[in-house]
Design a protein around this ligand. Structure first.
Ligand code: DAT
Ligand code: MG
Length: 150
């Protein structure tokens, strides 16, 4: 099983889309192993997005992501990183496929509702940035026997 870090960004919280977005992951039987609301401090936002430090959109990105509370999650499933990236859709919602979160609910790159790690390495880094061990939970769900061939 693979774990990935997902965040409903401030626009998703403000627009009341937390339930809709979490519901899509739950319906797909991805397992929520951590979840919390937080208002990201600027220093954490800078570390999270450090790969973009030299990009022209870095400052607007930081002010967007720190503009209100977000909901952070760790989700687990087979190939969870790429499965969730596909469910989110392209970075620019105007290029995202219908049926993806970004295409269905968003219109602008700078207000694209969700974050999801782009590789297993990024996932490990981001999970560590946002969660303590005691906030992550291993548990069994009764439907697990019906999700995968053994
Ligand atoms: P993603 O969030 O799909 O992984 P990314 O890591 O390239 O995309 O960029 C992080 C965020 O930065 C993205 O969700 C929105 C913003 N962003 C990316 N490219 C941008 C651009 N060209 N103009 C404005 N904002 C951009
Ligand atoms: Mg990214």
């Amino acid at each position: 099983m693979e774990r990935t870090f997902v965040m409903v960004k401030p626009d998703g919280v403000q627009r009341g889309l937390v339930g809709e977005i979490v519901s899509r992951f739950e319906r797909r039987a991805l397992k929520v192993t951590g979840m919390k609301m937080m208002w990201i401090p600027r220093e954490l936002a800078e570390r999270h997005y450090e790969e973009h430090r030299d990009k022209p959109f870095f400052e607007p990105l930081l002010s967007y992501i720190t503009s209100g509370p977000v909901v952070c999650m760790v989700l687990e499933g087979e190939n969870a990183v790429s499965v969730i990236r596909t469910m989110m859709g392209k970075t620019n919602p105007q290029d995202a496929m219908p049926g993806t979160i970004r295409a269905d609910f968003a219109q602008a790159t700078g207000r694209n509702l969700v974050h999801g790690s782009d590789s297993p390495e990024s996932a490990r880094r981001e999970i560590k940035l946002f969660f303590n061990d005691y906030e992550l939970h291993e548990y069994q769900k009764p439907e697990e026997d019906w999700l995968f061939e053994s």
